[in-house]
Design a protein around this ligand. Structure first.
Ligand code: DGL
Length: 269
């Protein structure tokens, strides 16, 4: 029987933080990943355009016969999850619900922060989701438009990154938060810098990592999970609309996979 992969999509390399967790929690599963690096960032783009680009990535992965789609991008989840979920026959998972759930579980003082792209913050989806589950929770959101370019340019561990993160997060420092959602899948690459700036009393929630626990449950529920006895030939295929030379070092450092298979693709032609 042909083994079907789980499809992951993101505007660039950010969704690799979700894939890393998938490789750890679901080692039997094959993964196809599309990063729309050529058109990253999605954060400042209008919702209709994000919806269109997200559909193009989805169509590409459907042509590879995926069994489940993970929208490993908060901005695309906010803009497109409802639409895509309605139209696809396979399970479709976004990152906002799992991140919200985990923040509610973590907070002790009901003061939750969310950092994300302009698109995610403007959509208010985290706040709506959290408040729909717990009206006691207070949500403070902040857009951090300078973070994604730092990650995409492989500068996420640099002195500039430390300075930019410290300056950007200043408004949240005295907001009394005990929990902060990393509401962009690029941000876990800045995890230790963000933790340093916010201090150890603030719990950081990696919404992508939380998503994989949900993926695992859904695979089992629909009887789609690969059993260890059938797990030979697990495949990881990565596709980027941008430069392989930019994508490769981040993907290999982050995922620690040798001979990573990356192909250049064009979308929307
Ligand atoms: N990684 C994406 C997210 O989770 C978006 C980054 C961008 O393209 O602006 O929101």
């Amino acid at each position: 029987m042909k083994k079907q992969a789980i499809g992951f999509i993101d505007s660039g390399v950010g969704g690799l933080t979700v894939v890393k967790e998938a490789i750890r929690q679901l080692p039997n599963e094959s993964i196809y990943y599309v990063g729309d690096t050529a058109r990253c960032p999605y954060g400042p783009r209008p919702k209709e355009q994000i919806l269109k680009f997200t559909w193009q990535m989805t169509q590409f992965l459907l042509s590879k016969d995926i069994k489940m789609l993970v929208i490993a991008c908060n901005t695309a989840t906010a803009a497109a999850l409802v639409d895509i979920k309605k139209k696809l026959a396979i399970p479709v998972i976004g990152v906002i619900l799992p991140g919200s759930r985990s923040a509610i579980k973590s907070t002790r003082n009901n003061q939750i922060g969310v950092i994300g792209t302009e698109g995610t913050v403007k959509s208010n989806e985290y706040k709506k989701m959290i408040r729909s589950k717990d009206t006691k929770a207070m949500v403070t959101s902040l857009a951090c438009p300078k973070f994604v370019p730092l990650v995409e340019s492989n500068e996420y561990d640099s002195a500039i990154a430390k300075k930019v993160v410290a300056e950007t997060l200043r408004p949240l420092k005295n907001a009394g938060l005990d929990t902060l959602i990393l509401g962009c899948t690029h941000y876990p690459l800045l995890h230790s810098i963000i933790q340093n700036v916010m201090g150890d009393s603030v719990t950081l929630i990696d919404s992508g990592a939380e998503t994989i626990s949900e993926v695992s449950t859904i695979l089992d529920y629909f009887n789609l999970a690969v059993d260890s006895r059938d797990s030979k030939n697990t495949e990881y295929n990565f596709y980027t609309t941008g430069s392989i030379q930019m994508f490769e070092p981040i993907a290999s450092q982050w995922l620690k996979i040798d001979n990573i298979k990356i192909e250049h693709i064009k979308l929307g032609l």
